[in-house]
Design a protein around this ligand. Structure first.
Ligand code: ATP
Ligand code: MG
Length: 283
């Protein structure tokens, strides 16, 4: 069967996590910064390293079968691609921001104003939705400095911590959209067996991130309290310890309520709790 091609960002904020995800799926490949394409040694896949802006278009046209790219870029390019899997990294927010001393207070105050952005398509959709007539000034980078230069009254840009905004005398004003990295695919790819196999591996890696493997010791008389707390987990493993009257319990706890669970297990008599990362979960 023909190899599939997956496009990932060559360098930038999504590169490292995209490479790591594929490696965690057990794929062997060299990650030469200089090469634009690399072949996976132990899986029918080639990896293309591209500018993120080009990824949705390449996938829509079928030059690449799959891609890893931010939702913001998918929406901005308006490429026709299928969402295959949300990946949980590269989270950020596209926001409107205004100078700290701006007289803009309400969205409607943006009428007649100039807004600088690298995301003209997404911004226009947002303005249309709120029936705002503002001028969009498209800038490809360093959008934050445009109000200070007198180029714009507001900006629309990606914000994660807000530090860049602050150091340019700006403050966040309104949320336009949130974004995370997505595995996208060409629409003709659905049902492809190589994709099915790759997706199973990706999902097992993503699931593993959500859980911890926990081993704890407990006196047998306290075991019912412990298993009660671990309800929902399919039958925790209980093994006898060399010391009479004690057992070890092996289980998996979700990352979400991890500390709460651990504290309740301790109160219920758990001792010597050992926590380990999980590499893969196969359902
Ligand atoms: P390229 O050279 O590939 O075009 P770029 O400069 O356009 O790269 P990056 O800044 O590397 O893009 O960001 C890539 C993606 O990472 C963004 O489109 C966005 O989805 C996501 N991202 C996550 N956090 C942030 C952040 N704090 N700032 C910018 N982008 C972020
Ligand atoms: Mg880009």
């Amino acid at each position: 069967m023909k190899n599939l091609k997956i496009a990932i960002q060559k360098s930038g904020r999504l590169n490292e996590k995209s490479v790591q995800l594929l490696k965690n799926c057990g794929l062997n490949f060299e990650n030469y910064k200089s090469s634009l394409i690399t072949t996976v040694g132990n899986f029918p896949l080639e990896i293309l390293f591209l500018r993120d802006d080009d990824i949705p278009g390449y996938v829509a046209q079928g030059i690449a079968d799959l891609g890893i790219v931010g939702e913001n870029v998918i929406d901005e390019t308006q490429a026709q691609v299928e969402y295959v899997q949300r990946l949980g990294f590269g989270k950020c927010n596209l926001k409107l921001a205004i100078p700290k001393d701006s007289d803009i207070q309400d969205l409607k105050d943006l009428n007649g104003k100039a807004i600088a952005t690298s995301y003209p398509v997404i911004l226009q959709q947002f303005l249309d939705e709120y029936k705002i007539k503002a001028e969009i000034r498209e800038i490809s980078g360093s959008v934050e400095i445009s109000p200070g230069l007198g180029l714009a009254d507001a900006i629309c840009d990606i914000v994660s911590t807000g530090g860049t905004l602050k150091s340019n005398g700006l403050k966040p004003f309104a949320d336009v959209r949130s974004s995370e990295a997505i595995l996208v695919g060409n629409k003709n790819l659905l049902g492809n067996p190589i994709l099915t196999e790759l997706l199973q591996r990706i999902q097992s890696v993503l699931l593993a991130k959500e859980v911890k493997y926990v081993v704890l010791n407990v006196e047998k008389i306290n075991l019912p309290k412990i298993t009660e707390l671990l309800r929902g987990v399919k039958s925790p493993t209980v093994v006898p310890l060399a010391e009479e009257g004690w057992v070890a319990v092996h289980t998996v706890i979700s990352e979400e309520d991890f500390w709460e669970k651990i504290n309740r297990l301790k109160t219920a008599g758990a001792q010597g709790i050992v926590v380990m990362p999980v590499e893969k979960v196969i359902m």
